[in-house]
Design a binder for this molecule. Sequence first.
Ligand code: HSE
Length: 408
Amino acid sequence: MKIAILGFGVVGSGVAEVLKTNKSQITKKAGQEIEIKYIMDLRDFAGEPFEHLMTKDFGAIENDPEVEVVVESIGGDTIAYEYTKRALLSGKNVCTPNKALIAKHGAELFSIAKERGVHILFEASVGGGIPLIRPYNDALLTDEVEEVSGILNGTSNYILTQMMNGTSYENALKDAQELGYAEQDPTADVGSFDACRKLAIMLSLAVNKQVNYEEIKTEGIQEINSEDFAFAKALGFTLKQLVNGSIRKNGVEALAAPFLIPLSHPLASVNDVFNGVWVRGKTTGNIMLYGSGAGKLPTASAVVTNIVDIAAANCLPCTWTSDKANILPTSTYAKRKAIRASFENANAISAVKSAIGAETVSLPDYPNTIAWLTPLETEAQTAQTLEVIKRFPGFKSIERVMRVYNAE
Ligand code: HSE
C-alpha cells in the first residue's frame, strides 16, 4: 500500500521513522508492505535519504491512483483542511493527528469520506500515543458516556510538573518546546485551547453531535505560581490543567482550565508529558486510559496504527453528525472551589474565618492569606460568595479561585 505524508515536521518524520523501525511487525499486521511514495513539505531536505520522495505539488499526490492513504501532518485548520478535503474527494483515506482540523471540520470531513467510501482516522489527535479514540469509540457502541475528563495536554502537564519541582515556568516551557511537545504557538498548549479541542472531539464522539470548541470555556495555566502549588498541597490537592466534560440530559458541560485534583484520584499521579483520560460509562463504570500524550514517536505510532487499520481493512465508523450539541453555560456547573484571599491583618482574618464556616489553611510564607474550600456550588453562587468576602473590613484581594475536580 502506497502512502503520502503531508508535512515532514515532528509527527510526519516520526511516521516515516516508525514505519522503518517497526517494518516487519507492521507488514505482518497490515497484511502488506506499506511504502511511502511521496513526502510533501515546503523544505527540500537536500542530501537526506528520502530526498527523492519529496514534492511540493499536492496535485501529484491527489492524481496518483496508487496512493491509498494520505497522512496529514501539516497541522492547523487552513491548508490542512484544504488538502484533507481534496484527498478524500479524490478517494484517498486520510490519517491525521490534527485535533484542530478534526474538532472544527470533523462532521463535514466524515460525511465526504462516507460519500467517497474511504476513511478519515484520527487516533493521534487526542492523547498522543495512548490507544484512546478506538477503545473509547468501541465502548460507545455498547454504553453511554456520562463523563469524560482528563489531562489532555502534554506540554502543560510537563510544565506544571516541573514547576511543582521548583523549575520556573519559562524554563519548563523552553524544555517542552525542545522536547517537541509544544505546538508551534505554545499559547495553544498553555492557554488550554489545545486541550479544549481534544475535549470537543471526545464529547462529539460521545453525543454524536458537533461540539463547538469555541463555545467551551478555556482558562490557561500562564498565571499559576508557586503560591498556588503551596496552597493546593496544604489543602490536600495537586494542580493540573484539566478538561472536564459531563453529559447531562439537556446538553453538555465542558471546561478546559486549571483544576485542583484530590491526591487520592488516579489523575493526580499523571505527571510530565503523560496524559490520562477518565471516562465514566453508564454501565461500564470508570475507566482511565494513560500514556505519553505528546512527542514524536508516541504520536507517530498512533498515526501508524490508523494506516495499518486501513491496510488491514479493520476500520470501525468513528464519526459524529453535523447536528450542534448544546453546551450548557458555565454559571450553572456545580463544583467545589478553593478560594484564596488576603487581608490587611490577623483581626480581619479571624472575623472572616467565623463567617466562612469552613476550615481554612494558612502558610507561614504567605502572611495574612487564607484558603478554604466551598461546598458544592454553581459558579454563580461562588460569584456571590466572593462579593460577600470583598465587603469584609480589612479585605485586600482575592488571590485565586480554583475549581476542584470531583469525579461524580
Ligand atoms: N502540543 C500537544 C501537547 C501535542 O502538548 O499535548 C500533542 O497533541
